[in-house]
Design a protein around this ligand. Structure first.
Ligand code: NAD
Ligand code: TYD
Length: 339
């Protein structure tokens, strides 16, 4: 099979390409990526000369560039997006462009070139927020209620994907996953930010009271879930993917990272001004994908977090290069005023 992966130079996309070439050695992949600040071609350095892999630097909003690659493939796996909530608060426009218009451009091209199979990667953030200390969870039937420009733009893209199924019969599937973590995670997100700050001897910023809850999913488990949905999922359907069975607050996540890295939490953490519109709690009911496709997470949170910490210890040059570039200006803008 010939795949088009969008956003394959980002965190999850690059993990997915490595995963796919390992588990489907007969397939070929074209990776289309604009290489925004979050795209890093180094993530794919080990396969750059692999004859099964081709890289195309282009924007998914560029109709002609998209058309050229779409014509060559049997399946599109769509990861490309602006993905960071905090940046969507600082500058929403590019989120609407890449996440909504970019998805539209891909869908339109898939439709015009023989209704190419399309798998769309989305997020649990489209469902809004759950209350703390309840048993409520997001599932495939939860109504959409996005709060940030990021989640609103992802919700828009999900609606378009469903519309292309309902209106044009485009063979689509959607997955809404929770917060991923693991290797190649850009250090603006909470877990890699905490790990790399601790290695550098810096404090870990915790927003608000730190009692916010996220459902953490190891990226390898996510890649396997997407693989199963592509292979066995029902066309037109959505599958929710999560990694946890009990709530863990951001404070507890940072405490665990401190424990695993052998530093004192009180000295290492710093509570700062909260994010506006901060969603209190995410939790995923992943029983549909378990029941229909037999998927469940294979990595427990603490062990996967230890592997992730080890990866950042072993790959300092990877994240140090990132942290010394554009990231530095972003970090100052995002954190200095809030301390
Ligand atoms: P990321 O920010 O690490 O990577 C995104 C990639 O997309 C980058 O390589 C970037 O260069 C590329 N890109 C952005 N705009 C583009 C454009 N207009 N044209 C071409 N390429 C473009 O993101 P990620 O964390 O790997 O997330 C991948 C997908 O998974 C996104 O759709 C995101 O919404 C979704 N998701 C992520 C998480 C998470 O925890 N990271 C959770 C749920 C859903
Ligand atoms: P993040 O990794 O940005 O993912 P998302 O906002 O998409 O869930 O944030 C995860 C949680 O951690 C979220 O509740 C915000 C919080 N957070 C902090 O407390 N400090 C930080 O420096 C960052 C980046 C996030």
């Amino acid at each position: 099979m010939k795949l088009l992966v969008t956003g394959g130079a980002g965190f999850i996309g690059s993990n997915f390409i490595h995963y796919w070439l390992r588990t489907h050695p007969e397939d070929t992949i074209i990776n289309i990526d604009k290489l925004t600040y979050a795209g890093n071609i180094e993530n794919l350095a080990s396969i750059q000369d692999d004859p099964r892999y081709t890289f195309v630097k282009a924007d998914i909003c560029d109709k002609n560039a998209v058309e050229k690659v779409v014509k060559q493939v049997d399946l599109i796996v769509h990861f490309a997006a602006e993905s960071h909530v905090d940046r969507s608060i600082l500058d929403p426009e590019v989120f609407v462009k890449s996440n909504v218009m970019g998805t539209y451009t891909l869908l339109e091209s898939a439709r015009k070139n023989g209704n190419i199979r399309f798998h769309h990667i989305s997020t649990d953030e489209v469902f809004g927020a759950l209350k703390l200390n309840t048993r409520a969870k997001f599932s495939e039937v939860t109504p959409y209620d996005p709060h940030s420009p990021y989640s609103a733009s992802k919700a828009g893209s999900d609606h378009l994907v469903r519309a292309y199924f309902d209106t044009f019969g485009l063979p689509v599937t959607i997955t809404n996953c929770s917060n991923n973590f693991g290797p190649y995670h850009f250090p603006e997100k909470m877990i890699p930010l905490a790990i790399t700050n601790i290695i550098e001897g810096l404090q870990v910023p915790i927003y608000g009271d730190g009692l916010y809850v996220r459902d953490w999913l190891y990226v390898e488990d996510h890649c396997r879930a997407v693989d199963m949905v592509i292979g066995k999922g029902t066309i037109g359907q959505t599958y929710c993917i999560g990694g946890m069975s009990k709530d863990v607050s951001n404070k507890e996540v940072v405490q665990l990272i401190c424990e695993l890295m052998g530093v004192d939490f009180e000295a290492s953490a710093k509570y700062i001004k909260d994010r506006p519109g901060h969603d209190r709690r995410y939790a995923i009911d992943w029983s549909k994908i378990k029941k229909e496709l037999g998927w469940e997470p294979q990595h427990d949170f603490k062990t996967a977090l230890s592997h992730t910490i080890q990866w950042y210890r072993d790959n300092e040059s990877w994240w140090k290069r990132i942290k010394s570039g554009e990231y530095r200006a972003y970090y100052q803008k995002q954190y200095q005023a809030k301390s």
